[in-house]
Design a protein around this ligand. Structure first.
Ligand SMILES: *Cc1c(COP(=O)(O)O)cnc(C)c1O
Length: 466
């Protein structure tokens, strides 16, 4: 080892000297974490000196590096992002944004004891479903209801309760896969019932179901084909006919509605989607739907319908394993409360507010933002305004699209590489910006950028990392 190296190694401060000068960091992150970080950094410096790299052994620089490292690793891994993908209910980006009322309700119960399973009238143990069941019944017209972790769990729990060891006929056209990990046949298998496929992919008739029913049949099930649609020569059996057939055979008719809608979307200028009320009125004995899709609430699964069936579902031991926690329950209750006042629903519920934003207002916003974004990105990039189609997302109405406007960013040299690089830099912002690459442009669909977040969005671009 040459003299210079030895000198450099000797010049490195000791761990205890570093810690002496980092008392506020020790207080913030703890002695062990700062010690580990200091040791790690000194080791890296020694290795660099051994391989003749030039290193900065200044105490203040060493401290700063350690501080930066600790700051970086203590950032939350789960962050909020700007969803400019144009998909309002994006399953990878957390689906529905909660309403203020729901967030307030979560805060209220999170840090305090509460009556989750305590009957305040009687002063004795209560039922956690009680806070929400009558509300669901009021909004859906169901006799009874229960809530669990998500809609996949609702399907699992319902089949496990009502069809264990028995068979369930399902139309071939409804054996869908939703988001990769939820496949109807797989869930049916895990719930302990056997699937009997009826009909063909494009056409299923009432007689297909009728022929499939025998002594082993537990129930009839319809599954909303959420994320695709078969067009052309098709036939599906109306819900009311399936309900009648089921009831003639003394078995229940269950509908997995997927997105779960409670209001007339057409009246809001959105594509039609059946409501839970309608499906129950068509004779479904149970409807199952998600809390965080069109409903606009937290992740949850809602089961509503006949009181005797709900009672059996509540008694299934799996219910305990799939139940909701107090924070989610509070958010779901607050979300459902909003539905009691339809006049204010759209303004109060972010999901509907975003879905119903007028194209004109989004375009105006694009006109406002384009010059600012353009000047912040510099002359390597051009920023135009493009007409795009937003999607509802989460398997709700997959084919229907909503007219919207996007900032369309192109690279001055016409290449895709600078766009990919820009997309990555945008994802590295403190509040990452997620757009989509399409036909040689990076599209930032502004539908989900509400006016109140606009300034924060622009401000952040001034610190766009290289
Ligand atoms: C989304 C969906 C599910 C799964 O719901 P999660 O709430 O995501 O568990 C099940 N069935 C259908 C038809 C769906 O669209």
């Amino acid at each position: 080892m040459n003299k210079n190296r030895q000198q450099q190694l000797r010049d490195l401060p000791s761990v205890s000297v570093i810690l002496d000068h980092m008392q506020s960091e020790v207080e913030l992150w703890g002695h062990d974490a700062v010690t580990r970080a200091a040791r790690g950094h000194l080791e890296a410096l020694r290795a660099a000196i051994q391989s003749d790299e030039s290193v900065a052994s200044d105490l203040s620089i060493i401290q700063q590096t350690i501080r930066d490292g600790l700051t970086a690793t203590s950032q939350p891994a789960l962050k909020s992002v700007f969803n400019l993908t144009g998909i309002v209910l994006h399953s990878n980006l957390g689906r529905a944004n909660l309403a203020d009322a729901a967030i307030d309700a979560m805060n209220r119960v999170a840090g305090s004891a509460n009556n989750l399973e305590y009957d305040l009238e009687k002063g004795q143990r209560g039922d956690r479903d009680s806070h929400i069941e009558s509300l669901i019944c009021e909004l859906t017209g169901a006799e009874a209801a229960t809530v669990i972790n998500n809609n996949a769990a609702a399907v699992l729990l319902t089949l496990n309760t009502l069809a264990l060891g028995k068979t369930v006929p399902v139309s071939r056209g409804e054996l869908v896969e939703i988001g990769g990990s939820f496949r109807v046949p797989d869930i049916m298998g895990r719930s302990g019932c056997s699937l009997v496929e009826v009909g063909t992919t494009n056409r299923t008739h009432l007689k297909d179901y009728a022929n499939a029913i025998d002594a082993d049949t537990a129930l009839l099930m319809r599954v909303h084909t959420s994320n695709y649609r078969i067009e052309g020569f098709t036939n599906t059996v109306p819900e009311s006919e399936l309900a009648t057939l089921a009831h003639e055979n003394q078995i229940p008719f269950v509908v997995d509605m997927g997105c779960g809608n409670l209001i007339d979307l057409k009246a809001l200028g959105l594509p039609h989607e059946a409501t839970a009320q309608q499906t129950l009125a068509h004779g479904a004995d149970l409807v199952l739907f998600s809390g965080d899709k069109l409903l606009g609430g937290p992740q949850a699964g809602i089961i509503a319908g006949r009181v005797d069936l709900i009672a059996r579902i509540k008694q299934n031991p799996l219910k305990r394993a799939l139940r909701l926690d107090k924070v989610t329950l509070a958010a779901l209750e607050a979300t459902l409360q909003l539905y009691r006042n339809p006049d204010e629903l759209v303004s109060r519920l972010p999901t509907l507010r975003l879905l119903t934003r007028a194209e004109d207002s989004i375009r105006e916003q694009a006109n406002r933002l384009a010059p600012k974004v353009s000047s912040l990105l510099g002359n390597q990039y051009g920023v135009d305004i493009a007409s795009v189609s937003s999607q509802i997302g989460s398997g709700a109405l997959p084919v229907e699209v909503l007219a919207s406007a996007a900032l369309s960013i192109t690279a001055a040299n016409g290449g895709d590489e600078p766009l990919r690089a820009l997309a990555q830099r945008l994802r590295r912002l403190p509040k990452p910006v997620i757009g989509r690459l399409h036909n040689g442009a990076l599209l930032l669909d502004l539908r989900c950028l509400e006016a109140i977040h606009e300034d924060a969005f622009i401000e952040q671009l001034t610190e766009l990392p290289q």
